[in-house]
Design a protein around this ligand. Sequence first.
Ligand SMILES: [Zn+2]
Ligand SMILES: [Zn+2]
Length: 150
Amino acid sequence: MNKNLYTSSYLDDLGDIMTIKIPDSMDEVVYWTTRKIGEGQIKAWAYREDCPECGKAKMGKPQGEKGNVKIRATYYECPLCKHTIDKKPYEDSLTAQIMYTCPKCKFKGETEVPYKRKKYQGVDSIVFSCGKCAEKIPITKKLKGIGEKD
Ligand SMILES: [Zn+2]
Ligand SMILES: [Zn+2]
């Protein structure tokens, strides 16, 4: 698919629609969620990205002395050069990949949007639009549960 063919900003938002890939392991992502919204369904995730400093490793939550990952840390660290970035600017720079069934028109599609939460009806959400009917679909922030990635 040649994205230069697209001229409207709406289609540009769809980006590289063919490159979406479900992660093989939870180690590859900083975010993973599955939701049911009415009769629709959403799977969404955001891959960890390379260290902007050395470019040789994926940024991740820092590890403690025993090799345990500090899940509650408020920053990400490069395991090689130890470059750190605060959680928010790092996560805001990531891309969320989404596979969905639209709750309104039942269209099955894929899309990518910035992994950045906006207020949607007062709730922090990643919002995307259905590729067919343009319905705005929010992925609201869930309350944290034990062992959840969200
Ligand atoms: Zn690095
Ligand atoms: Zn739709």
